[in-house]
Design a protein around this ligand. Structure first.
Ligand SMILES: Cc1cc2nc3c(=O)[nH]c(=O)nc-3n(C[C@H](O)[C@H](O)[C@H](O)COP(=O)(O)O)c2cc1C
Length: 173
């Protein structure tokens, strides 16, 4: 699939079929995350792939932002520096977002739907997944086969969100 086609065609999927995702595809999705850029190439993200039905139910229970039980969750965690500053915390969030988008685009190109979720109980997720001290779950992404691609939610026009040379002069193309 063409990159722009994937970027524009991907939608957040909140209804999945029961079909499992092959290990080969999950590995490809993880590899897409591995190739994401990170601040100073720090690569502090860690990825927990959850396909066990019992563990999936436990994750869903503590995640109000997750509406469907997917074939797989990938919990993106950050292995924090011992002396992490507020600046580091900001880079961690950015790095996780970039990795998540790589995974969602790769998944979409491979015919798999996904949805990111920030709305989950961090502490509970830490306990369920045995996440050690100093590692923080930052973002959860659901993955699964899907039957229907939702209509795209409206996007603001470029003239509203992009500026030419300085803030205030809307981009007109
Ligand atoms: C950081 C982040 C957190 C999100 N959290 C949730 C969530 O908790 N639950 C959910 O259903 N969707 C979540 N979304 C998905 C957005 O609602 C969705 O991307 C937006 O409505 C645009 O739709 P689209 O992804 O189909 O283009 C999140 C998206 C991002 C980028």
């Amino acid at each position: 699939m063409d990159t722009l086609e994937a970027i524009k065609g991907r939608r957040s999927i909140r209804e999945f079929t029961d079909e499992p995702i092959s290990e080969e595809i999950l590995t490809e999705i993880l590899d897409a995350a591995r190739w994401a850029p990170t601040t100073s190439n720090q690569q502090r993200w860690r990825f927990i792939v959850v396909t066990d039905p019992t563990v999936k139910e436990m994750i869903k229970k503590v995640s109000p932002g997750i509406f469907a039980l997917p074939a797989a969750f990938i919990v993106i965690c950050i292995e924090k520096a011992a002396d992490a500053t507020p600046w580091d915390e900001w880079t961690y969030a950015a790095d996780c977002g970039v990795a998540a988008q790589n995974m969602m685009l790769a998944a979409f190109a491979l015919g798999i739907g996904s949805c990111p979720a920030l709305s989950f109980a961090k502490e509970a997720i830490g306990e369920i997944l045995d996440i050690p001290e100093g590692v923080e779950p930052a973002l959860i992404v659901t993955f699964g086969h899907f039957e229907r691609l939702p209509e795209p939610p409206e996007r603001l026009p470029l003239s509203r969100i992009a500026h030419a040379d300085r803030y205030g002069k809307g981009w007109e193309a």
